[in-house]
Write a protein that binds this ligand. Structure first.
Ligand code: AMP
Ligand code: FE
Ligand code: FE
Ligand code: ZN
Length: 300
């Protein structure tokens, strides 16, 4: 159940009805992971951008939820509490969005804690390797994070930007942080079918994030999406800037065939990426479905 109950909440499973024209962005990041703005700032920016509903979906953590919830009530934005779970299918990295899950459920908690721990060791190893060629220390990277941040390559990028080695995160990812270099080290992540089951066990609504984003690396086959659907996947994030028109058409077809709903989102990371809040949005009836199926309430 919700730990923050806002005015106008009906409670239980009675989801709200969202009128047409409501603007909904279901994928954003804060300083709890690799976004550059604090959770309250992301919510304030969402209000300023004219969004009615925002999901905060930091990588492998729910640490930003409480602050975002307070800001949401202050700014009159509805908040969908979410998370982006790092997972893998074989050696292919897969991101799974989870909406409105119980953040204390052990099946999911054990996996994200293991991932966050290993992300730290992995980042340290990458910094050791990079440090052989560039003046970069672990302290430089830590100074780009806050207590409890889910550490990732973006924080190494920020340290490289701060020392003047690259101009911005994108330049760092195109060069030093690219998986094709000798500096890259992978991190632990659960198998995506286990991740889907863990999200469902925790009462969450699993949505495959940017499933066709082949600019980031390899993407999974249609057969894997079908296996994910069999494991309990409920939606595909079709409308995302990393998808071409052809990818969107292909993914729409797959969603239709497998009976999955379709979302659209910005994947906002503050100043860390060009993605702008509300650049892609999700239909009100899809949010109604997510709210019906999720364990937590939307905060408003
Ligand atoms: P990691 O999970 O530590 O391997 O880092 C991947 C994260 O880096 C993703 O969640 C993205 O948000 C971010 N990222 C990937 N490519 C870029 C890029 N070109 N510019 C900025 N951020 C990126
Ligand atoms: Fe990210
Ligand atoms: Fe992602
Ligand atoms: Zn994301």
């Amino acid at each position: 159940m919700s730990d923050v109950v806002g005015p106008g909440l009906t409670g239980g499973d009675a989801g709200a009805h969202y009128p047409e024209g409501v603007r909904i962005d279901l994928h954003t990041h804060s300083t709890a992971s690799d976004g550059t703005d604090a959770p309250a700032q992301v919510v304030a920016d969402a209000a300023a951008a004219g969004l009615d509903v925002l999901a905060l979906t930091d990588h492998d953590t729910t640490a930003g939820w409480a602050e975002a919830a307070r800001a949401a009530q202050h700014h009159g934005v509805a908040l969908v509490r979410g998370m982006e779970v790092s997972a893998r299918s074989g050696h292919v990295s897969v991101h799974l969005l989870s909406y409105l899950h119980d953040p204390t459920h052990p099946d999911l908690l054990v996996e994200i804690e293991r991932t966050r721990e290993d992300r730290i060791s992995r980042a340290r190893r990458m910094v050791e390797r990079i440090g052989e060629d560039y003046p970069l220390t672990w302290e430089d990277v830590l100074s780009q994070t806050q207590e409890g941040t889910t550490i990732g390559r973006p924080h190494i990028a920020d340290a490289l930007v701060a020392s003047g080695h690259v101009s911005d995160r994108s330049a760092a990812f195109a060069t030093i942080l690219h998986p094709g270099t000798g500096y890259y080290v992978p991190h632990y992540a659960p198998d995506v079918l286990d991740a889907v089951r863990a999200v469902r066990a925790a009462g969450g609504v699993p949505v495959f994030a940017h499933p066709g984003a082949d600019g980031r690396g390899r993407v999974v086959s249609d057969a894997v999406i079908e296996e994910m659907a069999d494991a309990g996947l409920l939606g595909l994030e079709v409308h995302h800037r990393d998808h071409s028109a052809q990818q969107r058409a292909r993914l729409e077809d797959i969603a239709h065939t497998l009976g999955l709903f379709v979302t659209g989102s910005s994947d906002y990371h503050g100043a860390g990426k060009p993605n702008r809040l509300g650049e892609n949005t999700t239909a009100p009836r899809v949010l109604e479905t997510i709210e019906e199926l999720g364990t937590l309430d939307v905060i408003r």
